[in-house]
Design a binder for this molecule. Structure first.
Ligand SMILES: Nc1nc2c(ncn2[C@@H]2O[C@H](COP(=O)(O)OP(=O)(O)OP(=O)(O)O)[C@@H](O)[C@H]2O)c(=O)[nH]1
Ligand SMILES: [Mg+2]
Length: 366
């Protein structure tokens, strides 16, 4: 066939998965999607009060140097980092060194860099401060304290022998909440057991766990669908949404947050359920209550489990009830997944045209 597919999972998980197939429970240990960090920037070094002294030169004048500035803490987006797992709970910036006699200035503290994955949102007291979505983007999280002044600094014509020197300023202290939102182009949205993980397995080489019980998937997985012209589309398998998810029922709000990030949505319906169209209404309801118009993003409706009896008659009923395109597939047999992959590409091209080239390029670097 014309299409090849391959996978992308968070870095650490993929490395482990090569050796043995990890269970979902173990996988979740490697994927951390939020962290609270305390940042304390370095304090400035103190200035020094001293006087030049040399044999036969009694009044050498003030020569106390300034202290060095404290090291700042910068949070930097890095596309090679895939989860917040390696972010420590506390960071302390390097302090500036004290000044010395003979006009020696203290050394500035080195800047501390905290590397986080693309798509990290930084919040402070519930308020979003910034959103790091480009590789290399930096956020000055805590600035180091200024170094103190040595007595040489206070030398004036009026005061030829100042004794004053000042201590360095304290570094800034902040408590930040880091949140990782999955940055995928498409999100698979559906009830538990609808077959989202099976579908991601069918269209990419990602290997999320599949089982016949609800809430098998507890953390989002990202699979990459590769096209012949080297375009890559990232598809996220998002844990199941249930009625009341917007009120934090089920796995609740934390996963609606990931959906918010996806440019287009693939609503996965279980055609073996008695009323798949009611599932669709519920999904729209939950999404819209989380964020108005979220359910109106470019989308496709995927009627999954078409290999099961009765699915065909329900498909006709579903088509008569919705105006949007419905793609019937079977994740288990792989039936009609090509149509889905091609439609995914159409949605992606539409997104590039609509959102302008700048955002498109950053998405492509994924
Ligand atoms: N017959 C049939 N069974 C399917 C199909 N797709 C998925 N299943 C089965 O449905 C069950 C649930 O599949 P999953 O892929 O784990 O479903 P999910 O939507 O990821 O579920 P959660 O992770 O719990 O939200 C598994 O037993 C699959 O084998 C399909 O196309 N046909
Ligand atoms: Mg799943």
């Amino acid at each position: 066939r014309d299409l090849t597919t391959s996978a992308g999972l968070c870095g650490k998980v993929r490395e482990k998965a090569k050796k043995t197939d990890l269970s979902e429970k173990k996988l979740t240990r490697y994927f951390v999607d939020q962290r609270c960090v305390k940042l304390v920037a370095g304090s400035g070094g103190k200035g020094v009060s001293s006087f030049h002294s040399e044999p036969r030169k009694e009044w050498g004048g003030p020569d106390g140097g300034n202290g060095g500035d404290g090291g700042s803490i910068i949070i930097k987006a890095d596309r090679f980092v895939k989860s917040l797992a390696q972010v420590y709970p506390v960071y302390k910036g390097e302090d500036g060194q004290s000044g010395g006699s003979k006009n020696c200035f203290g050394k500035n503290g080195n800047t501390t860099h905290v590397h986080v994955p693309l798509g990290t949102v930084i919040k402070e007291q519930g308020r979003t401060v910034t959103d790091l979505s480009q590789h290399g983007q930096e956020f000055m999280a805590a600035s180091g304290g200024a170094g103190g002044k040595g007595n040489r600094f206070f030398l004036t014509n009026e005061n030829r022998a100042p004794m004053t020197s000042t201590p360095g300023a304290q570094g800034q202290e902040r408590l930040l909440h880091l949140e990782l939102r999955t940055m995928a182009h498409a999100g698979l949205v559906g009830f538990p057991n609808a077959g989202k993980s099976s579908l991601l397995r069918a269209i990419s080489n990602a290997k999320p766990a599949v089982a016949a019980y609800p809430f098998t998937t507890l953390k989002p997985h990202v699979g990459i669908v590769n096209y012949r012209d080297h375009v890559q589309v990232a598809v996220a398998d998002i844990p199941g949404i249930i009625r009341g998810a917007h009120l934090n029922r089920g796995l609740g709000l934390s996963f609606l947050r990931h959906i918010e990030r996806c440019r287009f949505l693939l609503f996965v319906l279980d055609m073996s359920s008695p009323d798949p169209w009611a599932q669709l209404q519920d999904l729209h309801h939950e999404l819209d209550h989380y964020e108005p118009d979220l359910s109106q993003r470019p989308q496709a409706i995927i009627a999954n489990k078409m290999d099961l009896p009765d699915a065909r008659s329900k498909l006709e009923a579903l088509r008569s009830l919705v105006t949007r395109r419905v793609i019937p597939v079977s994740a288990v047999t792989g039936q009609n997944t090509e149509e889905l992959i091609l439609h995914l590409r159409e949605l992606y091209d539409g997104y590039l045209r609509g959102e302008g080239s700048t955002e498109g390029k950053s998405a492509e670097s994924w």
